[in-house]
Design a protein around this ligand. Structure first.
Ligand code: OOG
Ligand code: MG
Length: 262
């Protein structure tokens, strides 16, 4: 479906207002049940363009809903992608909860690209060759929808719930560790809440990024040198409240802790 430009920009405004006012809104698909994925990606692109026009900058990309744990948690069965803006990069391992609506945290691997990756035939080997280094990361997601529930089209329009990215302090060179076999242990307030391995995301993090590069072609876009790419949450996401501490341990990559504040 193609939304009339005025409708598209009204829906973008709704999402921007929800984020700015920290007030969740009803699903766009409740009013527009015919909203499909291509139209939802158009809303996402228009939303990013509005933020860039207001002074933000594209810092990278992300895959979303690439692991079974996430798909089961959110009740969907397909991977999506979103855009990471400079304003999403949290400068410190601190999650300022009041800046969000109902934030959740999830452990991810983040790749810093040293070369462009343009679909349609990007393979994991191409991703490996284009990767400058790999960071352990925590992504803060925040749905702009009521009760953190959505359909695939709704979450795509909402830029895949992108809210914050915390990168670990010490990246490693590609090849230093086996990203598929990499064990991940997620703790909240000192208790293990989830465990996983890199292969949780579409079979391998490098494959997840190859999928992303190829998927971007449909939008006439590609991954660029200098961008950070989140390969997708390896476990389910966990809500955080002020006072919580979340720690992710990645075998061979070190640990990363973030503290939630008011
Ligand atoms: C959508 C974003 C999912 C991931 O890594 O799977 C995501 C959501 O769960 O709200 O970032
Ligand atoms: Mg994520």
């Amino acid at each position: 479906m193609t939304l009339p430009p005025a409708t598209e920009s009204a829906l973008v405004q709704r999402l921007l207002d929800a984020e700015a006012r920290r007030q969740a809104i009803p699903l766009l698909t409740r009013e527009y049940p015919g909203l499909d994925l291509p139209a939802a990606y158009c809303i996402q692109s228009a939303l990013i363009a509005r933020k860039v026009a207001a002074g933000d900058r594209i810092a990278g990309r992300k895959t979303g809903l690439t692991s079974k744990s996430k798909q089961v948690q959110m009740g969907v069965n397909e991977a999506i992608h979103g855009t990471v803006l400079a304003s999403n990069l949290l400068p410190e391992p601190v999650i300022p909860v009041s800046r969000f609506i109902h934030p959740r945290v999830e452990p991810e691997l983040a790749l810093l690209l040293g070369a462009d990756l343009t679909g349609p035939c990007v393979t994991p080997a191409h991703v490996f060759a284009a990767t400058r280094c790999i960071f352990p990361a925590l992504e803060v997601i925040d749905s702009r929808y009521d009760n953190f529930q959505f359909t695939l089209a709704d979450v795509v329009a909402d830029n895949a719930s992108t809210a914050g990215v915390i990168l670990g302090p010490e990246p490693v060179a590609p090849g230093t560790c086996d990203l598929g076999l990499m064990g991940v242990v997620l703790e909240k307030n000192g208790e293990v809440v989830a465990t996983g391995a890199g292969a949780a995301v579409l079979g391998h993090p490098l494959y997840a990024v190859a999928w992303l590069a190829n998927a971007l072609l449909a939008r006439g876009e590609h991954l660029r040198a200098g961008e950070i790419v989140l390969a997708g949450a390896i476990t389910a996401a966990f809500p955080v409240e002020p006072g919580d501490t979340v720690t992710a341990h990645f075998s061979g990559l070190g640990s990363l802790s973030a503290r939630a504040t008011a």
